[in-house]
Ligand binder design. Structure first.
Ligand SMILES: *Cc1c(COP(=O)(O)O)cnc(C)c1O
Length: 401
């Protein structure tokens, strides 16, 4: 047992703690929801940091669908898809999500992280180029690293630099160029400018790949995502997404694309070929969630979600907080200093509001924040209670006057 190794790991842990960058895991003693109970805290807290945008994570219909799928199809497959791990429910979920987001076909992964890790390497090689937004999710960055294509990067949302990258890739003789972007940037709540991105893609004969994890289920018409929001449906080549956020919150990811792309991923994508099939419970929950999201009830949930979003935004701005601008239910409250963000979150929990401080390396240094997220599950009164707690603690910590 080489002691120097364990000493180095211990030193690194101390460094993280000393810098105020430690991410504690607080334990819930309840289901996920608009309110949660937190171990060690006597009262329930309003939850303002879940990705549970439609409030479906503990909806009894979703829970029941999950249990029913387990009863009917078993606990799991103990197999990858191509050996003996494909059931009708997997095919049903692939068809359902493809239809919902408006693509020919979809392929399931254990998580959107895997979908992003899987999607680039089989489709692009050393003759190709990937043009990537600098704020793309870690899983896109990892997926791009696993692929031999040339990499170009543009500053977040900088469409001039994107065009420079595209020109550079074309002049460099790239066979295929793919633009990769989050549909919504998760730390900022900024929505990608897909209208300009798809125009530039057309001009330079490039493909567009969008990761819609923070959009599928609630953004745009019928919650079909950021392309619907930006009015560019049908102009995206490859979409990746998750069932672990708005669509029930269980887990699981997917890639949606044209038939031939999905077929090649089934043959070549390593996280698909070498990893267990999704558990039936997860498929059952996701199918039920898509059904709700696509229905008139989904429209009502989205209306509540965005009413809560504009209410929180407006009143927090009036209270003097520094928010990142936008329309998305991700509403970051900027406090700059990492230790202060942690103190803010801890004090808010004492006031019955559950939020998380985000600091480096999840966001750039000096831009620590409380990332709040609204849900259709919140009542307007709960939103107001949250705001009142922010004001009280914000004043105490001299973040607002
Ligand atoms: C959450 C998220 C992921 C990962 O999704 P999982 O299904 O939890 O692996 C990928 N990309 C983005 C943009 C995300 O926000």
């Amino acid at each position: 047992m080489p002691a120097h190794f364990y000493q180095r790991i211990a030193d690194e842990l101390s460094d993280i703690e000393d810098a105020g960058l430690w991410k504690p895991e607080r334990v819930l003693t309840s289901m996920q929801g608009a309110t949660v109970s937190v171990a060690g805290h006597p009262c329930d807290a309003i939850n303002l940091c879940g990705n549970n945008y439609l409030g479906l994570a503990s909806d009894p219909r979703i829970v029941e669908a999950s249990i029913a799928a387990t009863r009917h199809w078993g606990a799991g497959l103990a197999s990858v898809r191509f050996i003996c791990g494909t059931q009708e429910i997997h095919k049903e979920l692939e068809a359902s999500i493809a239809d919902y987001v408006g693509f020919e076909e979809a392929i399931l992964f254990a998580a959107a992280f895997d979908a992003n890790a899987a999607v680039f390497e089989p489709l692009l090689g050393e003759d190709d180029a990937i043009v990537s937004d600098s704020l793309n999710h870690a899983s896109i960055i990892d997926g791009v690293r696993l692929c031999k294509a040339r990499r170009l990067r543009f500053a977040n949302g900088d469409m001039d630099q994107l065009e420079q990258n595209l020109r550079q890739a074309r002049e460099g003789g790239a066979r295929t160029i793919l633009i990769a972007t989050d549909g919504v940037f998760s730390m900022d709540g900024a929505i990608a400018n897909l209208s300009v991105i798809t125009d530039l893609a057309e001009k330079y004969d490039a493909l567009v790949m969008v990761d819609d994890c923070h959009a599928t289920g609630f953004l745009g018409e019928k919650g079909r995502g950021s392309a619907a929001f930006c009015g560019v449906e049908g102009r995206i080549d490859i979409l990746t997404g998750t069932f672990g956020k708005a669509l029930g919150g269980a887990m699981g990811g997917f890639v949606a694309a044209r038939r031939e792309v999905v077929s090649l991923l089934r043959q070549r994508a390593r996280p698909y070929l070498f990893s267990n099939a999704l558990a039936p419970s997860v498929c059952g929950a996701a199918l039920q969630a898509i059904g709700i999201a696509a229905s008139a009830e989904g429209d009502a949930l989205r209306e509540r979600l965005f009413a809560n979003t504009s209410r929180f935004r407006r009143r927090m701005e009036q209270a003097g907080f520094s928010l990142l601008p936008g329309q998305h239910p991700i509403i970051p409250v900027i406090v700059h200093d990492a230790a202060r963000a942690q103190a803010f979150a801890a004090a808010l929990l004492q006031e019955g509001v559950f939020v998380t401080g985000f600091s480096y390396p999840v966001v750039p240094k000096g831009q620590a924040r409380i990332r709040t997220q609204m849900s259709a599950g919140h009542s307007p009164e709960q939103v107001d209670t949250g705001i009142a707690a922010f004001r009280k603690i914000g004043k105490a910590l001299e973040i607002v006057s």
